[in-house]
Design a protein around this ligand. Structure first.
Ligand code: FPP
Length: 246
């Protein structure tokens, strides 16, 4: 029996975020190049998107390229960008067929023009889809996002568009790149690393964290169900006590 059948469909998270890690180490284990690892990572992306869409999870965010990833060797950056362009090009029809809406967060202007073009086209073509919202974090880091938000807030204060006296958390959220996206309820990280690597730091304040030793190219639907099953066994108290929750 698949773990999928054991999942309580009324208690699924509304937003799952994933730090897809371990492509390089997986490739090394198979005596191949890091790029081979990234190519195989695309298969896991496809499986996970399909699984999330089938379960009618509203939001799935994938950390596909961090601000810090710009410091990798040029050849690897180029390969990742080509892979992105190729995947967007190839998969847009599948996204439409499966009613998936594509969104992107991050410093998108820093992406190569070709990536921006392909990304914008896919976002535009899928914008009216009402199923899963697939959010790609590209050239994204939380610290970048927070500083970017603060700069905008500064401008709006000086334009008298906002009043600092009444400024609150909800208003701050409206300046983040995730303004229209609910906070993740579950964050998965693959490859056996236990850190959050500058990902959605504000948004994961109350997120459940799940770590698996599987490398990202090994991650399959069943692994996704396992993470969801684990999530459903957690008691989320949000600072309250157990008796207040149950
Ligand atoms: C982390 O593994 C993975 C990345 C930095 C890139 C993720 C990209 C993909 C899975 C392919 C393209 C994505 C989409 C959405 C089509 P790593 O390179 O850090 O692995 P390591 O820690 O073992 O070196």
């Amino acid at each position: 029996m698949s773990l999928k059948d054991k999942l309580n469909k009324d208690k699924l998270p509304k937003h799952v975020a994933i730090i897809m890690d371990g492509n390089g180490r997986w490739a090394k284990k198979h005596g191949s190049t890091r790029i081979y690892g990234h190519k195989n990572g695309v298969k896991s992306v496809r499986e996970t998107v399909e699984a999330a869409a089938e379960l009618q999870i509203p939001f799935l965010t994938l950390y596909a390229f961090s601000t810090e990833n710009w410091n990798r060797p040029r050849t690897e950056i180029n390969a990742l960008m080509s892979l992105l362009v190729g995947s967007l090009n190839k998969e847009t029809d599948t996204l439409i067929k499966n009613n998936v809406r594509l969104l992107a967060i991050g410093d998108l202007k820093s992406l190569p023009r070709k990536v921006q073009k392909e990304l914008n086209e896919a976002i535009e073509t899928t914008k009216n889809n009402s199923g899963l919202s697939l959010v790609l974090a590209l050239s994204y880091s939380s610290r970048w996002e927070i500083v970017h938000a603060i700069k905008q807030i500064g401008i709006d204060i000086s334009n008298k568009k906002i009043d600092l006296q009444n400024f609150n958390e909800d208003m701050f959220v409206s300046y983040l790149t995730t303004a229209t996206i609910p906070d993740p309820e579950l964050l998965i990280r693959t490859s056996g690393e236990y850190r959050v690597s500058n990902f959605l730091l504000w948004q994961i304040a109350y997120t459940e964290l799940y770590f698996t030793s599987k490398f990202w190219p090994e991650f399959r639907k069943e692994d996704f169900y396992q993470a969801l099953y684990d999530f459903q066994g957690r008691e989320r108290r949000f600072g309250k006590i157990s008796e207040q929750i149950n």
